[in-house]
Design a protein around this ligand. Structure first.
Ligand code: FES
Ligand code: FES
Length: 154
């Protein structure tokens, strides 16, 4: 039987109806709410492309059931900053020219943002450790580390 849930995303409450409460949060964000930043990469919790924040913690939305995050605070990349007032990581990503195809960016920035929220001035190794579980097919890893370090000094 369909279940009604409230998802609080980027400061707005959304009521959605789900047929399966175990459906991944990623599907609700993309298909029900039309948010394109969290990406489907592996669908197995292994690449990070689908990362969002739940109550400030970076989680992989492809593996967490939507019913577990009802009524909690969810932030996606589009909730981090705006074109007028970008998050320091968004500015740093452009300054360091990190992007190649861009598919993975969501995971790097959301994971980096969580790191900077709990550790505003991390050492390079701390940045590398925090980002170590992310996959980029285009090989942007080192540029992403530089961008997080740049944002930490902004
Ligand atoms: S799509 Fe979620 S971790 Fe890869
Ligand atoms: S920039 Fe292409 S997958 Fe990372």
């Amino acid at each position: 039987m369909p279940q009604n849930l409230t998802l609080n995303v980027n400061g707005q409450a959304h009521r959605i109806s789900v047929d399966d409460p175990k459906m991944p949060l990623l599907y609700a964000l993309r298909d029900d709410l039309g948010l394109g930043n969290p990406r489907f990469g592996c669908g197995l919790g292994q690449c990070g492309a689908c990362t969002v924040h739940v109550d400030g913690q970076a989680i992989r939305s492809c593996t967490i059931p939507v019913s577990l995050v009802a009524n909690r605070e969810i932030t996606t990349l589009s909730g981090l900053g705006t074109a007028e007032k970008p998050h320091p990581l968004q500015t740093a990503w452009i300054a360091e020219q990190v992007n190649q195809c861009g598919y993975c960016i969501n995971g790097w920035i959301m994971t980096g943002a969580e790191l900077l929220a709990r550790n505003p001035h991390p050492a390079e190794q701390e940045v590398r450790d925090a980002l170590s579980g992310l996959i980029c097919r285009c090989g942007t890893h080192n540029a992403a580390v530089k961008a997080v370090l740049r944002a930490s000094k902004a």
